[in-house]
Design a protein around this ligand. Structure first.
Ligand code: HEM
Length: 432
């Protein structure tokens, strides 16, 4: 009997304890649910309840006692992909903004958080490396592809470089070296002063080094490494990177010098139209369209060098100081404002993370550099092998008078006119 009574007491106590735990839990739940509902009604953005646009929809238990949300609540409303969820998750991650602990999800599941993470939401971290606040950055995959051996930079850059080489070989085979048609006169005219040649060779020398080391970054692993082996390639790549990073500065100095010295001579004029209409006389013998110090072709080279040079320098500086000088989001805002988005059929992204900024800078840097290399290869050809007497202008600074008359007739008139009028200048002197 005693045992039976003891059993009944234990059973009743257990039942009472279970009941107490149940009631306590139920109370806790109702408090939690009540709090979540109150917060949602006060600020629909405060919770992770991101699908809801109606403040009232945050109240899970409605006045009528139903657990269903009000009829007008859009708890699972479709939203612009990623955007609303990302915004609210940012709020959750920002202790100043978050009003509920991150664990309180309301009607949202973990999936909404991970979806936001997957869409590249930028949170906050307490370590100095702020970009660590972004766990997943999808454009990184696109970026990786863009610069891979199957990507357009590698492939189209290769086609462009190959095409310019083929065209130059064809041009040489068909036209041959452009000769001084009247032969050398034996009289020399000073074409470029020492400071001009210094500026040109500073720019040219540094550009050639930058181009070679840059091409190695894009093509070296695929084209050079199989030929020379990993060890040798690693040494070349490391040295190349050092050269590339440091030679950028003399390049920029050369660019400034050349711009200051020659901008005046490169202002477009109506004479350029005649020169262009006659193809500069490059394709037929005996044709010498008028030109002052620089002809239309040279002006195109000059302005391409300056504009592409400035652009490659700006993106290069942004890469030299990673995550310090973001410029693409701001540029895209301006471009969209100018209507470029309508022209190209899509809006340029203006909300870029720090990593994306760097990736855009790298891609743009490569595109501009490749364009510049293609143009400069043609320039180097015409300034050396392609035209008799041209290299002297940048070599000794003195050119033959007949060469000058054939290619820059108006300039010769100006120079000799100056000498005749004022007794000074750089008119012809006999060659030694
Ligand atoms: C071995 C390489 C190069 C050679 C042989 C060369 C040769 C020349 C020559 C002979 C001229 C003067 C043409 C004249 O008398 O009218 C010249 C001008 C010029 N060079 Fe170069 N150059 C080289 C590389 C470069 C590079 C790498 C750049 C730029 C990155 C460059 C930019 C210019 C510019 C802007 C001009 C003035 C405009 C023009 O004449 O086209 N050059 N170059």
């Amino acid at each position: 009997m005693r045992a039976k009574r003891r059993g009944t007491i234990v059973g009743a106590s257990a039942l009472a304890l279970a009941l107490a735990i149940f009631i306590f839990t139920a109370l806790q739940m109702s408090v939690l649910i009540g709090e979540a509902g109150a917060q949602s009604s006060a600020d629909p953005q405060a919770g992770v309840n991101v699908g809801t646009t109606d403040p009232g929809a945050g109240v899970i238990r409605s006045a009528g006692g139903s657990v269903r949300p009000p009829a007008n609540a859009e708890t699972n409303a479709p939203m612009e992909p990623g955007v609303a969820r990302e915004l609210d998750l940012v709020d959750q991650m920002d202790p100043a903004k978050a009003q509920t602990p991150l664990v309180v999800l309301g009607p949202n599941s973990d999936a909404s958080i991970w979806s936001a993470v997957r869409h590249g939401v930028q949170g906050q971290v307490s370590i100095p490396d702020a970009k660590a606040g972004q766990l997943v950055q999808s454009f990184g995959t696109t970026w990786e592809w863009l610069r891979s051996e199957k990507g357009p930079l590698f492939v189209w850059g290769g086609y462009a470089l190959g095409a310019v080489l083929v065209l130059l070989v064809l041009f040489y085979l068909l036209r041959g070296r452009i000769r001084i048609e009247h032969g050398r006169s034996g009289q020399l005219i000073e074409r470029f002063k020492p400071i001009e040649r210094f500026g040109h060779w500073l720019l040219a020398g540094s550009f050639i080094l930058l181009a070679l080391t840059g091409l190695n970054l894009l093509y070296g692993k695929e084209l050079l490494m199989p030929l020379i082996g990993k060890e040798a390639f690693a040494t070349i790549a490391l040295g190349g990177k050092f050269v590339h990073n440091n030679v950028a500065w003399p390049f920029m100095l050369g660019l400034v010098l050349v711009f200051v010295m020659w901008v005046w001579h490169n202002i477009p004029s109506y004479i350029d139209l005649i020169w262009l209409a006659k193809g500069g006389g490059l394709f037929s013998k005996g044709v010498h369209p008028p030109s002052r110090k620089f002809n239309a072709g040279q002006k195109l080279i000059f302005w391409s060098t300056i504009l592409l040079g400035v652009s490659v320098s700006a993106s290069g500086i942004s890469l030299l100081f990673p995550y310090e000088i973001p410029m693409f989001a701001k540029t895209f805002v301006i471009l969209n404002g100018l209507g470029v988005d309508a022209l190209i059929g899509f809006v340029l992204p203006t909300d870029l993370s720090m990593l994306e900024e760097m990736q855009y800078a790298q891609v743009w840097h490569t595109i501009v550099a490749l364009a510049m290399i293609v143009i400069i290869v043609a320039h180097i050809y015409i300034g050396s092998l392609g035209m008799e007497g041209a290299f002297d202008a940048m070599g000794s600074g003195m050119v033959d008078r007949n060469w000058a008359i054939e290619h820059h007739g108006l300039w010769v008139e100006e120079v000799e006119g100056r000498k005749g009028g004022h007794g000074r200048g750089t008119a012809a002197t006999p060659a030694e």
